[in-house]
Structure formats: structure tokens, C-alpha cells
Design a protein around this ligand. Structure first.
Ligand code: CTP
Length: 402
């Protein structure tokens, strides 16, 4: 599948400075190249002590540059900075942070940082004592004030066996932050609530009634909403970690949980996307002990659950946009259109869940987006992230201007 999204065709200068976490920059580079970016790698002299130039050159879009003086052109520092759409410094040592803050251009990396108007993302990595030192923190405060973006390090195992804050953020966290800087912020200032995954309803302490939803489409929606600048809350039934940048995660299991959590959160949000596959029925009685075969075939009486989407739509304010997903196996678009009407939401996403490449599980999907106003939008087979992008485009079109 060809790359799509914010990185495609964008020029990202990846500055790698000399810390043990330089090895993670290799993976970061690979991910951005895979996402369609043209990655220009720059290494400080010290970085070459930790990883080979060949490694990064092999994975980046062009060979590594390390010096102001190796090219025929006497001014590569201004060219790299001027042409960049984004500069990512990962790992950023205390030393490069200090040089950048002081405006010192002592090599190609720092010269490139000074000679750019592109957004700069600094990803510090160092020992806890260094990270917590007021000199480093003051420098970062100055950089933040100047509009530089910082991805704080995580806590974890550091070089030499120490454990603490200072570990370079994981590549997926840095990629998400970089992607956000390359994405139009059309959901900035909006709160977006997304439900994800399938519910399960207990029959007895061992057995449940559930469905095939994995939460993948809901998580793709969450990742895209984060990239577009939204504050994102995810109500999830799955144990998979939510995408980086999600502000709040609420765990749920049953339709009742979803009803309660969404009920408490929806009125404070601008957008509610019900991507979760919520059970329509649950057992009236849950056996307190495991049902035994010797007791014969059980009769399970079911009762309806609350239709959360219909309730949210009925109580939503005019400025809110409420989105449902119609999981269908036949007459997909017609059934979805009927659900758009009966549930009273603003957008219904018609999703054929019986297709081989669409629906539950898997990396891909294809949908038709039905909107209360406007024409239907058929989104061809693509990644779940591409589907998410199209759904959120439809949401943005309905949001009142700020
Ligand atoms: N939904 C909900 N509460 C329920 C059932 C469904 O909020 N108790 C929401 C889902 O999150 C989804 C939309 O309603 O956004 C459509 O779900 P779907 O299962 O396709 O439709 P149902 O209403 O369950 O209708 P049917 O099972 O007859 O197709």
C-alpha cells in the first residue's frame, strides 16, 4: 500500500546527536521514510560514536551529513534548514540543547537549527540527574518560549543500568508529535470523544457475549484527531495501548459501561464518534457460578441495552457533531441511511463488515460516509487511518466556525 498522510513528500531533517539513544533514531528514520517523508539525516561527530553513518544513510532518503565542510557548496547549513518542512532532533543531548539555546552554531547540526524557519521538534535523552538539572530545564523553558516543540523523555532503563526519567521517547511517540507539526490543525481547540472496541456481556463468570470488533478503527480515528490538534478522550474496551497524544483513556467492558461513561463525557465534547460495537442485548440474569453441562442446555433470556448513540444524538447541542458507525453485512448503504435517520446523528459511516479487507480486525477498511447535510462520500479501500481522515474531514465540514 502506498504511503499516505501528512509525511508524504515532506522534507524532514533528522538531527542525531551523541547519546546512547541514537540507535532509536534509526527506527524513527525508518518510520518517517515509510510514511512517505524525505528524511535528510544529519549526525553530530559524537553521534558517530554510537551508531554507524552507514546505518542511517541506508535507511534515510539520502546519505548522512556530518560536517559543514564536506560538500562542494560552502553553505549546506542554510540549504538544509531553508528547505526543511520540519527538523527533528532525536536524541537531543544536554549539549546540543545548550548550543541551540545559546544560538551557537558550532557544527552542521546546530547551524541547521539556527538557519531554519521550519518547526523544530526536540526530543531530549540523558541521565536523570542531567535531565533534572536546572541548566537543562531552563534551556528547555527558553526553547519552548521561542516556539520550539519538545517531546519529553520517558521514565525507564537508562545506559549503565540506572532507571529514571531521561529515556528518549519511543519512536511512535516522536512520529506522532512530528506528524502533528505537519498536519493542518483543523480540530485545534475541540474536544473529541471516541469509543472503540466491542463490548462483552457476562453470561456467567466464564462466558460472555461479545463481537469481533478490535478497536482498530476507533484507535485510527483517535490518532488522526490527535494529529489534527484535538483534545481526544477514548472510551475503550480493548487492552491495546491508545495512540500517543490521547489526553484521557476510560476503560469500559459492557454496554452499560459505555452508556455511563459516554453519558458523563458527551456534553463536554464538540464531537462524539461512536466507533465501538455496542451490544444490543444482554442476559437478563448473570449466573453467579459457571453453568455446568450436567445441568442441560441453558436458556439465556436477553434484554435490550440502551442505544447510546441515539441517546447522545437526542440530547446533543446544535454545535456538537455526533457520528455513528453502521456495521452491516448486506444492503449496507440503505441500512446505514435508515440508521442515520432513526438514531438522529449527524454522520453515519456505512461499514461493510462482511468483506474480506473491510470491517473488524485487519489494517484496512472501505466505507460510505452519509451526512445529515451534503452528498454521500464513498471512501475506497485504504488503511483504517485513511478512513479516519475522511470521517474527520466530514466532521470538520459540519463543525461551526470558531
Ligand atoms: N450503538 C449504541 N448503542 C447500542 C448499539 C449501538 O450506541 N446499544 C451505536 C454503535 O456504536 C454504532 C451505531 O450505534 O455507532 C450503529 O451500531 P450497529 O450495531 O451497526 O447498529 P444497531 O443499532 O445495533 O442496529 P442493528 O444491530 O439492528 O444493525
Amino acid at each position: 500500500m502506498t504511503a499516505e498522510g501528512a509525511f508524504v513528500g515532506r522534507r524532514v531533517v533528522l538531527v542525531v546527536s551523541g547519546g546512547i539513544a541514537a540507535y532509536k533514531a534509526v527506527e524513527l528514520c525508518r518510520r518517517m521514510v515509510d510514511a512517505g517523508a524525505h528524511v535528510v539525516p544529519v549526525m553530530t561527530e559524537d553521534a558517530s560514536r554510537f551508531i554507524g553513518e552507514v546505518t542511517l544513510s541506508a535507511l534515510a532518503s539520502e546519505p548522512v551529513q556530518t560536517s559543514l565542510w564536506t560538500e562542494a557548496s560552502p553553505i549546506p547549513h542554510t540549504r538544509l534548514g531553508q528547505d526543511a518542512d520540519l527538523i527533528v532532533v532525536a536524541p537531543a543531548t544536554a549539549r546540543i540543547i545548550a548550543a541551540y539555546t545559546a544560538g551557537s552554531s558550532d557544527g552542521l547540526a546546530t547551524a541547521t537549527l539556527l538557519a531554519t524557519r521550519a518547526p523544530v521538534l526536540v526530543c531530549p535523552a540523558m541521565h536523570t540527574e542531567m535531565w533534572e538539572h536546572p541548566a537543562v530545564q531552563d534551556n528547555l523553558a527558553v526553547l519552548r518560549r521561542r516556539g520550539v516543540h519538545i517531546v519529553d523523555p520517558a521514565e525507564g532503563r537508562l545506559a549503565g543500568g540506572d532507571v529514571g526519567a531521561g529515556r528518549l521517547a519511543e519512536p511512535e511517540v516522536i512520529v506522532a508529535a512530528a506528524e502533528k507539526l505537519l498536519t493542518p490543525q483543523d480540530l485545534s481547540g475541540r474536544r473529541v470523544l471516541i469509543t472503540a472496541g466491542g463490548t462483552s456481556e457476562a453470561i456467567d463468570p466464564v462466558r460472555v457475549i461479545t463481537n469481533r470488533s478490535t478497536g482498530a478503527q476507533g484507535y485510527a480515528l483517535a490518532a488522526d484527531a490527535v494529529a489534527r490538534g484535538a483534545e481526544v478522550i477514548v472510551v475503550t474496551t480493548v487492552a491495546t495501548p491508545v495512540p500517543p497524544g490521547v489526553s484521557e483513556v476510560v476503560c469500559a467492558t459492557t454496554a452499560d459501561d459505555i452508556h455511563r461513561e459516554v453519558g458523563a463525557l458527551a456534553s463536554g465534547c464538540d464531537v462524539v464518534v461512536m466507533a465501538a460495537a455496542v451490544a444490543d442485548f444482554r442476559p437478563v440474569d448473570v449466573a453467579g457460578h459457571k453453568m455446568k453441562k450436567r445441568d442441560g442446555i441453558p436458556t439465556i433470556t436477553l434484554e435490550p441495552t440502551v442505544d447510546v448513540l441515539a441517546e447522545v444524538a437526542a440530547t446533543s447541542a446544535p454545535h456538537q457533531v455526533v457520528v455513528g458507525f453502521a456495521a452491516e453485512t448486506d444492503n449496507v448503504v440503505d441500512n446505514a441511511r435508515a440508521k442515520l435517520e432513526s438514531k438522529g446523528c449527524d454522520i453515519m459511516v456505512a461499514n461493510d463488515v462482511a468483506g474480506t479487507d473491510t470491517g473488524f480486525g485487519g489494517q484496512t477498511n472501505a466505507v460510505t460516509i452519509l451526512s445529515r447535510t451534503g452528498a454521500d462520500c464513498e471512501v475506497p479501500l485504504g488503511t483504517k487511518r485513511a478512513i479516519a481522515r475522511a470521517v474527520l474531514d466530514a466532521v470538520v465540514a459540519l463543525l461551526p466556525p470558531r
